[in-house]
Design a protein around this ligand. Structure first.
Ligand code: HEA
Ligand code: HEM
Ligand SMILES: [Cu+2]
Length: 658
């Protein structure tokens, strides 16, 4: 036992790196600070009742968004550290091992712990309200998904302060990620952090598919559904087919590392190429999982701020589903150079190129929607307009990469790095930010101040080009990815320096956003959204007050048209009012502590597996099992009714206050 404790303690001081000590100290101080504030203001009960045990989709959404913005900060700091290191061959901020760790954690965090949860946050905020529902289909499971993501993310981040970060790249290719070549615990953190949050992602996929199929308001037929909801549906269909592949792949890698298996080793019949195929069978669809909802947001925002119906609604929907299906047939374009025959490469090259067609349809539809529209340049719209040229560059360079023989030149170069950052920042991040600005008033009841938002936008947008356009040239000049430094004689220094300046411009953009939120909170009375419909929206979430009451809709709306809220407002202007059904008692799910507690046990089990400590993982797994049993057999008292009188009182109070 004493040995175990010594071993445990030694892991804290594993590298002697001042950055890690700094992080240890700041985490300790932040924790003490939070505990102090909560105790001083007597907020523990509030935190527990309103947040930790909530099953309300709106609050779950807000927690997702908060956590993912924190992760954007962490991933962003990683990015800036790398860019400082690469600004010039003289810089010695990060030694090569540290650089390896940082690109690994940056890539993993940005995709799995920033983009995914930010996306889930927006799903939670918007989908039930857009389809006229009172919550998602399985609110308990929804809370569990959030806490699993959160604990997975915490476990992953813990690697930085205890034990050492993973360093085999964001997809952890074997044989490097096998025990033989990565004997530390970093890869275990990678496996368990992703595995735990991945269960949550899969559950969210199932939850939203069922919600969208079963819980749409009466009258909302498939082709009257808001286009964001369609994009969520298509993304979730990809999730439920792709995430099980990830789960299995990581489980097999874990068996190799933990149980002496030989699935992907070099010896005893193992085959690393099998891992590479499997991980990309998830990894490629994953990029469309995150981009399709962004497409949905652009469609909503561009239509609302052009004051025109979306051009080609049906073709938008078909295009998303064609992309979703095709996304499963392109995975091998990530390893054209790894020995497949010419025919295989040709098949995957063509299937990849075909994706340009439905995507092109969407791009033209957005342009036609804006054509002759009365465009209003509010922040959500600015991000959406800027996305189009950004994504065009990303998409067209993607098509260049898909030309298999040319990819022998581009593969693993900065040309690739520039391609995917263009798609992920110009497509995904810009889209989610547009969504965040768009739905912010619905979440919090006030709009964000426009001026700092516009500054943030320009810094991000200009910074984006300054950072990534030079990287296309660097790629063609021969600079490969995952380099921690280079020589003066390469001639890469000037463009790298420019690229670093661009990264800092984006960092300043992020600071403006923080400022914008702080100013918004400070002036929230002035910025209050009294109408519930600050943008003149077309979907149902804008028909109820901001923020939405806990039951969302006092009476479930009856949908008649595609842009139903626009149609309804037109009718009201003409003095025609739809008949409202009487207010009745509303059936609601009760809060539950099980999702939080069960996820804590998952965390404990994951932590145990990382270090191979049975005295952690056995109690952890037992805890998980007990939580499941409690939920399955002993929690019958899981719902309640809000009496009709109380609903009427709440509605009257909301209307009275506006
Ligand atoms: C959201 C993220 C996202 C998106 C949307 C895309 C979209 C596309 N990607 Fe990208 N890609 C990544 C994220 C993304 N990618 C990542 C993260 C990697 C690398 C990971 C790693 O190695 O670590 C990668 C790597 C990658 C490779 C591997 C290269 C290599 O490793 O050597 C290839 C090769 O084919 C490729 C192709 C494409 C194509 C063809 C599209 C298409 O979907 C683009 C379609 C869009 C357009 C073409 C623009 C609009 C169309 C028109 C206006 C119509 C007219 C145009 C034509 C007819 C051409 N991508
Ligand atoms: C904010 C601006 C950003 C900057 C300046 C930046 C910078 C970088 C740098 C310098 C690398 C390492 C390149 C290398 O050495 O190979 C990298 C890798 C990567 N980035 Fe970013 N990045 C940013 C945002 C993002 C975002 C938003 C995402 C995802 C949503 C993302 C996903 C990735 C991935 C997946 C990798 C590959 C990691 C690997 O090679 O294993 N980045 N980024
Ligand atoms: Cu791909």
């Amino acid at each position: 036992m004493l040995d175990k404790i010594k071993e445990f303690a030694s892991t804290f001081f594993v590298t002697g790196d001042p950055m890690i000590y700094g992080a240890d100290v700041s985490i300790a101080l932040a924790t003490i600070g939070i505990v102090f504030v909560l105790t001083y203001f007597k907020k523990w009960g509030w935190l527990w009742k309103n947040w930790l045990t909530t099953v309300d989709h709106k609050k779950v959404g807000i927690m997702y968004i908060l956590a993912s913005i924190l992760m954007l900060f962490r991933g962003g700091v990683d990015a800036l550290l790398m860019r400082i290191q690469l600004a010039s061959p003289d810089v010695t901020l990060l030694h090569p091992e540290h650089y390896n760790q940082i690109f690994t954690t940056h890539g993993t965090i940005m995709i799995l712990f920033m983009a995914m949860p930010l996306m889930f946050g927006l799903f939670n905020i918007a989908v039930p309200l857009q389809i006229g529902a009172r919550d998602v289909a399985f609110p308990f499971l929804n809370a569990l998904s959030f806490w699993l993501f959160f604990m997975g993310a915490m476990l992953f981040n813990l690697s930085f302060v205890i034990g050492g970060s993973p360093d085999a790249g964001w997809l952890s290719y074997p044989p490097l990620s096998e025990l033989q070549f990565s004997p530390g615990v970093g890869e275990n953190f990678y496996i368990w952090g992703i595995q735990i949050s991945g269960i949550g992602s899969l559950a969210t996929g199932i939850n939203f598919i069922v919600t969208i199929i079963k819980m749409r308001a009466p009258g909302m037929t498939w082709m009257k559904m808001p286009v964001f909801t369609w994009s969520v549906f298509s993304s979730c269909v990809i999730i439920i087919f792709a995430f099980p592949i990830l789960t299995i792949t990581l489980a097999l890698l874990f068996l190799d590392r933990f149980g002496g298996g030989h699935f992907f080793t070099l010896d005893f019949g193992g085959n690393p190429m099998m891992y590479i195929n499997l991980i990309w069978m998830w990894g490629h669809p994953e990029v469309y999982i995150v981009v399709l909802p962004a497409f949905g947001i652009y469609s909503e925002v561009i239509s609302v701020f052009s004051k025109k119906k979306l051009f080609g609604y049906k073709s938008m929907v078909y295009a998303m589903f064609i992309i979703a299906i095709l996304s499963f047939f392109t995975w091998a374009h990530h390893f054209f150079t790894m020995g497949s025959g010419a025919d295989v490469n040709a098949f995957f090259a063509i299937s990849t190129m075909v994706i340009a067609i439905p995507t092109g349809v969407k791009v033209f539809n957005w342009l036609f929607t804006m054509y002759r529209g009365k465009i209003e340049f509010k922040t959500p719209m600015m991000w959406s307009i800027a996305f189009i040229p950004n994504f065009l560059i990303a998409g067209l360079t993607g098509v260049m990469l898909s030309v298999a023989p040319a990819d022998f030149q581009f593969h693993n170069s900065y040309f690739l790095i520039a391609h995917f950052h263009s798609a992920l920042i110009g497509g995904v991040v810009f889209g989610y930010l547009a969504g965040l600005y768009y739905w912010w008033p619905k979440m919090f009841g006030f709009t964000l101040p426009e001026t700092p938002g516009k500054w943030a936008f320009w810094f991000w947008n200009i910074g984006f080009y300054v950072c990534f356009i030079p990287q296309y040239s660097l790629g063609l000049m021969g600079m490969t990815r995952r380099l921690s430094t280079y020589g003066w004689d390469t001639g890469w220094q000037p463009l790298n320096f420019v690229s670093t300046i661009g990264a800092f411009l984006m960092g300043i953009g992020f600071l403006f956003q923080v400022l914008q939120i702080l100013l918004g909170i400070k002036n929230f009375r002035k910025l209050k959204d009294t109408t519930g419909d600050p943008w003149g929206g077309h979907t149902l979430e804008w028909s109820i007050p901001s923020p939405a009451p806990e039951y969302n809709f006092a009476t479930i709306p009856q949908v008649e048209e595609r842009d139903d809220w626009w149609a309804e407002k037109d009718k009201r202007a003409k003095g025609i009012f739809r008949k409202q059904p009487p207010i009745e008692a509303i059936h609601m799910p009760k809060n539950s502590a099980i999702p939080f507690i069960m996820s804590v046990f998952f965390f404990i089990a994951g932590f145990g597996f990382v270090f191979g400590w049975s005295f952690f993982y056995i109690p952890g797994l037992i805890g998980v099992a007990i939580c499941m049993i409690c939920r399955s057999f002993f929690s019958y008292d899981a719902d309640y009714y809000i009496p009709a009188d109380e609903v009427k009182r709440t509605e009257a109070a909301i209307r009275g206050s506006v």
